[in-house]
Design a protein around this ligand. Structure first.
Ligand SMILES: NC(=O)c1ccc[n+]([C@@H]2O[C@H](COP(=O)([O-])OP(=O)(O)OC[C@H]3O[C@@H](n4cnc5c(N)ncnc54)[C@H](OP(=O)(O)O)[C@@H]3O)[C@@H](O)[C@H]2O)c1
Length: 308
């Protein structure tokens, strides 16, 4: 049995991973946090992410062999907190493995100048590659949960990917037919728990889930709700210019980078429409752990929206 610490285990993705680890029961689980709280089923380890020696000492005292980082990558400060955590894990004599915060796309070099999370991902990958830690980053495309919320159980905060099922509208980037990989947060977390039991981590752990398109998601949602949605198409040129015609927006959490909410959504939809969320590798966790059932878009949307 290993001892795993999930940093940011109080957040959307972190909490989902913690629950999956506790459900599997194969390892001891700690949540690393800036502020410990009371809980019956999880042990909290409070740390100051500015204090590398202090974190290393906390990891050693708790005998943590694996750190999973699930910080929400929203600022330079959080990126630095992750890099400090990597240095602390390297310094801890008992810690051997590190999963960097990802659960997203495989960023490309050309994205570094205009996509801050791409830069933060590169910085974390560089920092962890310079250590002796066995390490990986989970790359899983987009999460299906968004199409079931608020009726689908999920800890994700509101976000819009092409189709807004509660509002019965869609803004499809390009022709809406670009292939995109989707998975639920719960299925993604199940794959993460299996990685904990296995050795020989690769720098990137791909989860393919289901490959489909925003257009197909829209059609599934229309069938489930029994109504045609208000559908618009956004040209790639318009997206490149930071424009996307959403009838309504939600805060992304990334506005601290100085970009407007609209331009952030335009950026992500341009990425989706140009293959940024398409997993091309055959070397996936799906192949390695074929017994894990992949929840489909149809299952999420039908069970959340049929008759609503
Ligand atoms: N592919 C997709 O569709 C998709 C969707 C959502 C998220 N993601 C990815 O999933 C990852 C996790 O995102 P999330 O939304 O779950 O994150 P989140 O809920 O915003 O944050 C997770 C945790 O990070 C910790 N944290 C926040 N600010 C911090 C700071 N300044 N320093 C250190 N820790 C801080 C907090 O823990 P404490 O307060 O306990 O310290 C928080 O609970 C990100 O890499 C994100 O890009 C991907």
């Amino acid at each position: 049995m290993g001892i795993i610490a999930v940093a940011g285990g109080t957040g959307s993705i972190g909490r989902t991973i913690v629950e999956a680890l506790v459900e599997r029961g194969a390892h001891d689980v700690f949540v690393l946090t800036r502020k410990a709280r009371e809980s019956d089923n999880v042990k909290f380890l409070a740390v100051d992410y500015g204090d590398v020696n202090g974190i290393a000492q906390a990891l050693e005292e708790a005998r943590v062999d694996t750190v999973i980082c699930a910080f929400g990558m929203e600022s330079d400060a959080i990126s630095q907190a992750q890099i400090n955590l990597i240095h602390a894990a390297e310094r801890s004599t008992v810690t051997k493995r590190f999963m960097v915060s990802g659960y997203d796309m495989l960023f490309k070099d050309e994205q570094m100048t205009w996509l801050p999370i791409a830069r933060w991902a590169r910085d974390a990958d560089k920092a962890v590659a310079a250590t002796n830690l066995e390490h990986t980053r989970v790359v899983n495309g987009l999460f299906l949960d968004y199409y079931g919320i608020p009726h689908w159980k999920s800890y994700l905060k509101p976000w819009i990917n092409g189709v807004h099922v509660p509002g019965k509208w869609a803004v499809l980037p390009g022709d809406g037919l670009s292939p995109i990989n989707f998975v639920t947060t719960k299925d993604m977390a199940r794959f993460v728990t299996r990685l904990m039991d296995s050795s020989g981590w690769k720098p990137v752990s791909f989860i393919a889930g289901q490959t489909t398109t925003f257009k197909e998601i829209c059609e599934i949602a229309e069938r489930a709700r029994g109504e045609r949605f208000f559908v618009q198409y956004e040209s790639l040129e318009s997206l490149r210019n930071g424009r996307i015609s959403f009838p309504e927006f939600v805060e992304t959490g990334l506005e601290g980078s100085g970009q407007s909410t609209e331009s952030i959504f335009a950026m992500f939809h341009l990425t989706s429409a140009t293959g940024g969320y398409t997993i091309t590798s055959d070397d996936t966790l799906d192949r390695r752990f074929p017994d894990i059932h992949i929840t489909t878009a149809e299952e999420v949307i039908e069970s959340s929206w049929r008759g609503r």
